[in-house]
Structure formats: structure tokens, C-alpha cells
Design a protein around this ligand. Sequence first.
Ligand code: ATP
Length: 282
Amino acid sequence: VLRGEQALISDKAIDLSDIGGLQQPKISLQKAVEWPLFYHDSMKRLGITQSKGVLLYGPPGCAKTSLVCAIASKLNITFLSISAAAIFSPYVGDAERTISQLFRRARLSAPSVLFIDEIDALVGNRGVGMHKVSESVLSTLLTEMDGVGVKLEKSIGVEESFQPKVVVVAATNRPNLLDPALVRPGRFDRLVYVGPPDRNERLDILQKLTKKIPLGPTVDLEELAAKTFLFSGADLSHLCKEAALLAMCEGGMLVDSVEQSHWLKALDSMEPSLSQEQIDSY
Ligand code: ATP
């Protein structure tokens, strides 16, 4: 049994059109996943060196996980997701075994995306005590990544044919904590920044998040977008829930719409989870 199996999610469908903003990351990530899986011959013909892995980085709650999941769903490929914290183990060899099992599972369900969230928890620079464990885990990870990327087709006389079936995507909120060995060329060398939403993106996210909420005539999403500086997408999602709950508290069980006053009250009780300092650090 795969340790941390409960953390492994597949078939969690999210539609790309439900993710607001992030136009550039959507395009970059889709290419980074789709091209090696489906257009590797063209890439090889043009001499494009294949990345072994894609690293998404950026502040928490800004849709890194949702993006990978939605792209896998759009491409109709398997999405396997695990948090690196669930793989980590203080017992020698344990984390390495889990990683190998994960890759095996990903190969068996190929074409697939193997998503490793919070990769810094697994192979971060976490001081002298952790160093040995990290090194062996890192080397297992890199060996497994080599294994999914290349397949020898000696039987049909072709030299070395590139046939990736699994794309590895990792995510971190703290890229500066990553072991530099991980982001060297030929490893996680395709970096995609998933940043905080600006005002227009917040409006787009709010419009998407409120698609299923009955909005009263007073609701002004533009005002909310302007007042939610430093809110992540996850914060905005939380805000929507809070506003709807307030509407229910105030209007009773039969209430059928959420008004601007509910949003503003919910907003008063919330702090953004992002900070300018944190954003500037990327
Ligand atoms: P973490 O770094 O904490 O793992 P993350 O960047 O992976 O976070 P997600 O887990 O994808 O972020 O997002 C959390 C939730 O926030 C999503 O389930 C979704 O409801 C909401 N959300 C975040 N960003 C967006 C967005 N751009 N559009 C719509 N919903 C969003």
C-alpha cells in the first residue's frame, strides 16, 4: 500500500474556465504538459530539449494545484497529486520507496501528470541534519524522472526515441528554499510563476466564483475587486462563502440572494493572506 495514499487524488475535475485570471501561466503550463506528451516528435525534430519537470511557484492560494488539475482534465489525462509532506518520512528509505511507488502508479496510468505539491518539504535546504535524507530523496526523484522521460526502442532499430508518458509538475510557495540541484538545467528547469491576482484578475475570479450564487441587484463586483488588494484566489473563495453565510444569518433560511452589504461586512472581518513583502520576494 502506498504510504500517504489518502493524499493521492485523481479524477478531481476542475474546468480551466473556472479559474480566473492567470492567462499567461495557463498557456505556459498547458504547453509544458501537452507538448512533451503529445508532440514530442515535433519537438525532437526542432531540437527542443525536453524539460524533465515543471516547477510552479508563487504565493499560497493562487491556484497552482487547481491549474494543473484543470489542464490534466482538459487534456483528458490522469492527474495524480500528492503533497511532499505526505511523502516525507524520518525513516531511512521510506520516502524513496513512496516516490518509486508513486512513479510506478503514474506510469501505469499514463498518460498522466504527477503533481508534487510543497516540494520544498521534501527536498528543501533544511539544515545540516536533513541533508543526507534530502540528498537520497532527491536522487531517487531525479532517477525516477529520468525513467519516465526516455524509452529505448531498440527492437525497431530506432536509436533513442523520446517517449514521455508522464509529466512531473511540482509546486512550491518557497522556491528559495529549494535545493539548487533540483532546478539545474535538465531537471525542474521549466519554471512557471503563478502570481497573485491584480484588480482585473480579482474581478474575473469573483465573477467565476459567484456564478452559482444568486446575487442581489446591489452587488458590485468591481467595487469588491478594488477593495480586495492582496487577496489570493483562495481568500476570495472564502469571502464568497462568508458573504453567503452572512446573508443567511441576517435573512433567515428563506433568503434567496446575497447583497453588497453582506460582501462588505464579510470583507470587514477578513484580512488578506498575502503581503506585499511576500509578493516582492518572488
Ligand atoms: P497552496 O500553495 O496553498 O497549495 P495553490 O496555489 O495550490 O495553494 P489552490 O489550492 O489551487 O491554490 O487554490 C485554492 C482554492 O482557491 C481553489 O480551490 C479555488 O477555490 C480558489 N482559487 C484560487 N485561485 C483561483 C482562481 N484564479 N480562480 C478561481 N478560484 C481560485
